[in-house]
Unconditional design. Sequence first.
Length: 321
Amino acid sequence: MANASNFDFEQQRKELVALIAQSAKTPGSYETAIKSLIFHRREVQTEPILCFYQPSLAFIAQGAKQVTLGNETYIYDQANYLLSSVDLPVASRVTLASPEKPYLSLSLRIDLRHVGELMAENIGVHSESIPNDRGISVSRISESLLDAILRLVRLLQTPRDIPILAPLIEREILYRLLMGEQGNRLRHLAITGSQSQQIASVIGWLRTNYARTLRVEVLAQEAGMSVSSLHHHFKAITAMSPLQFQKQLRLQEARRLMLTGMDAALAGHRVGYESPSHFSRDYSRLYGAPPVRDVAQLQRQNHVDEFALTTYELNSTMAEI
């Protein structure tokens, strides 16, 4: 960018910092008058927290974060945006934050139906080759995308404008994403019958039926794919197999249930484990400690409130991103 552009970018970022801080005065996650828009504030670095990302755009106005999907780690800060195009279980960690200079970010939920509508109306927004990348990625934010995000956040200062102007600006943001370097994944997800959409449907089934016994052959048949094709494309997007994906869903939900007071044996049974010892082994591999010890440690460290905000829940609207 030229010097003038750099100055404009920094001014816009600082304005976003002020606007988010105005709504998020203490650590936590905050819904706004724009239903799809959520603000987040943290004042200390956090330990990795397992959570569930839904299709969303995230931008950090101040601070930095690290997100791990499978064995792959994505680092992003105020120069980048993160796009999650499908539902994914990840480990999220704020890496740069302090009381004097808190981590301040926003997340904007993406409705893939609107992506399809935009593609249908614009000849220039079309799908190219089948994407082979993950369902989550980080890219440098463009001036045009940052400008649209800022204009959307500014609408919170004039609530009467939100019903008319917010949908228009959200549509513009979607267009910017579709035309950007991550657009091909979004475009392919919006095409009926595409492999990306088939995998998204499988992910939706796993979210709803995570406690049921999983037969990959049946899952592949329901998706209209061969078993080998399902494994290949599922892992390409999620960095894990369907069985590994289901296991993460089960263990995250079990952890949430125990943090609400349920004992370990019942929590394991509730999420689909028939053997308490099997549940304990899987839990220890994922969280680094047996269920009872891990939950006690979380409670001692006062991580329960933050975990409750970010963990996967069946009835949640959007986890922090």
